[in-house]
Design a protein around this ligand. Structure first.
Ligand code: PA5
Length: 434
C-alpha cells in the first residue's frame, strides 16, 4: 500500500521528541478532542470532512454544475482564508497551459485593491459569460466587499433581473452584510460553519464550491482529508507525523531557528506555499511569538534566496515538500553534435534531474547548517492534496498550542481591519484617538 505522506528528518530522534514533548502533546490532543483547549470554539474543521452531509455536498455539486453550465468565466471574490485555499488547490491540480475545455475559467478578485486589475478584469469579463462566487465569513471585509459592489453593478447592468441567478454567496449563517444581501437578492448561498475560521476553511464550501466549478474532484479531496483524519488520530508522537512535525518545529524554534522555509520543486505548488504561509503565520504570529513562515520555489530560488539559505544568518530551517510520483515527464534528447555538452544527460528526464537538484540543494543546505525536514507526498492529485491540507491544519494547531498560543484568533488582522474602517471613516465605526 502506498503511504500518502511521510516525514523524514535527521535533526532529532523520535524517541527524544517523545521524551521532550510526548506528555504535552497528549494533553493538548485530549483537550482538543474534549473541546477544552484555548479557542476550542473554532475546532469545527477537525472532523468537518467526516461530518459534511451528503445533502450539503450534493447542493455544492449542484450549484457548481449550474455555474459551469451558465458561465465560461467564474470570478471568485474573497481574501485571506476566503481565497487562498481554493486558489492553492486549483493551481496545484490544474494543467499549466491548456485547460480542459469543459471547465470554466476561474479567476479571483477582492484579494487586491488594484484599480488596473479590476478594470482589466471587467473588460475581460465582457467577452465571456460570467458568474460570481463571493466569499466572506464576516461579510464585512473591505477588499472583497468593494470588489463585490463593483461586480454586482456590472452583473446587474449586463444580466438585469437574472443577475442574481449567476451569483453564489458563501458567508456566515446569519451575521454580516453579505448574508443580508444574499437573503434580499435571493442569491444561492452556502454557510461557513461558525466553528471554522477562515484559514481552516478550505475543505468547507469556501474551497469546495470554487474547486468543483474549476473541475477539481472534491470527493477525492475530501477522501484524502478523511484518510488523514483517520491516520492522524493518535495522541502518540511516534505514530502521528502531524504531531512529529509540530514538535520538531517547536524544538527548532527553541534552538533559535525562528524562520521556516517551505521548499518545493513543483511550479504548480507555489500558490500552496501562500496558503501554508497564511495558515502558520496567522495562527502563530502573535504576542511576539511564532516561527516566521517563508517559502521558496526551486530551482528558480536556488539562484536567488538559495545564497542566503546556504550562507546567511543561521536562524532558518527548511521543509521540503516532494511528490514521489509525477503525472508527466519530458525526456532530454541526445544531440549528434553535442555542442552544449549535455549528452551525458540524454538518458535522463526532467523529473529525474529535478530530483537530483533537490538532493543537491538538501546536501548543500545541510552542510551550511540548515536543519532539514522532508515531506514525501505520494502524488500531486486531489486525494493527496486533501491529505496534505488536513496534515498541515492539524500540525499547525498542535504547533501553536505547543508554543502556548491560541491557533484560531488573529488579533493583528482584526486590528488592521479596524484601522481601515477608521481611516476610511466607515459610518458607525468608533473613531479612537491615536
Ligand atoms: O484566517 C482568517 O480568519 C482571515 O485570513 C480571513 O480569512 C480573512 O481576513 C478574510 O475574512 P472574511 O472571510 O471574513 O472576509
Amino acid at each position: 500500500m502506498v503511504i500518502p505522506l511521510t516525514l523524514n528528518q535527521s535533526h532529532v530522534s523520535i524517541s527524544k521528541l517523545e521524551e521532550v514533548f510526548g506528555t504535552q502533546v497528549k494533553t493538548i490532543h485530549q483537550e482538543m478532542n474534549k473541546g477544552t483547549s484555548e479557542g476550542a470554539d473554532y475546532l469545527g474543521w477537525k472532523n468537518y470532512p467526516n461530518e459534511i452531509s451528503l445533502n450539503e455536498l450534493e447542493d455544492a455539486l449542484k450549484a457548481a454544475k449550474k455555474l459551469r453550465e451558465n458561465a465560461d468565466l467564474v470570478v471568485v471574490i474573497g481574501i485571506g482564508g476566503s481565497y487562498l485555499g481554493a486558489k492553492a488547490i486549483q493551481d496545484a491540480l490544474s494543467p499549466y497551459f491548456e485547460k480542459n475545455s469543459d471547465d470554466p475559467e476561474v479567476l479571483f478578485a477582492g484579494q487586491n485593491l488594484s484599480g488596473a486589475y479590476m478594470k482589466q478584469l471587467l473588460s475581460y469579463m465582457g467577452s465571456k459569460e460570467v458568474a460570481i462566487i463571493v466569499i466572506s465569513k464576516s461579510g464585512t471585509t473591505t477588499e472583497p466587499a468593494i470588489a463585490f459592489r463593483i461586480m454586482l453593478e456590472y452583473m446587474e447592468k449586463r444580466y438585469g433581473s437574472s443577475a442574481s441567478e449567476r451569483i453564489v454567496a458563501i458567508t456566515d449563517k446569519s451575521e454580516g452584510a453579505l448574508r443580508e444581501m444574499a437573503v434580499r437578492s435571493g442569491f444561492t448561498s452556502f454557510i461557513i460553519p461558525n466553528d471554522i475560521g477562515g484559514r481552516y476553511s478550505v475543505l468547507t464550501p469556501v474551497g469546495l464550491l470554487p474547486l468543483a466549478v474549476a473541475g477539481v474532484d472534491i470527493e477525492q479531496l475530501l477522501a484524502g482529508a478523511k484518510k488523514a483524519i483517520h491516520d492522524l488520530s493518535n495522541a502518540d508522537i511516534d505514530s502521528n507525523i502531524a504531531y512529529q512535525y509540530a514538535a520538531l518545529r517547536t524544538l527548532l524554534l527553541s534552538e533559535g531557528y525562528n524562520v521556516e522555509i517551505l521548499a518545493s520543486f513543483s511550479p504548480s505548488f507555489e500558490t500552496f506555499h501562500e496558503w501554508w504561509k497564511q495558515l502558520f503565520g496567522e495562527s502563530e504570529g502573535k504576542g511576539g511569538n511564532g516561527i516566521f513562515p517563508a517559502a521558496v520555489a526551486y530551482p528558480t530560488d536556488l539562484h536567488s534566496l538559495g545564497q542566503y539559505i546556504q550562507d546567511g544568518q543561521r536562524m532558518l530551517f527548511e521543509t521540503f515538500v516532494h511528490f514521489a510520483e509525477e503525472a508527466e515527464d519530458c525526456a532530454i534528447p541526445s544531440s549528434k553534435e553535442n555542442l552544449d555538452g549535455l549528452n551525458y544527460l540524454s538518458d535522463k528526464t526532467l523529473n529525474e534531474i529535478n530530483e537530483v537538484m533537490m538532493h543537491g540543494a538538501m546536501e548543500a543546505h545541510r552542510d551550511g547548517g540548515v536543519p532539514l525536514l522532508r515531506l514525501e507526498v505520494a502524488k500531486q492529485d486531489a486525494y493527496h492534496v486533501g491529505y496534505l491540507i488536513y496534515f498541515f491544519q492539524l500540525s499547525c494547531a498542535m504547533s501553536a498550542y505547543l508554543q502556548g498560543l491560541n491557533p484560531f484568533d488573529q488579533p493583528g488582522v482584526e486590528e488592521y481591519k479596524n484601522n481601515i474602517f477608521r481611516l476610511l471613516e466607515k459610518p458607525g465605526h468608533v473613531i479612537a484617538a491615536l
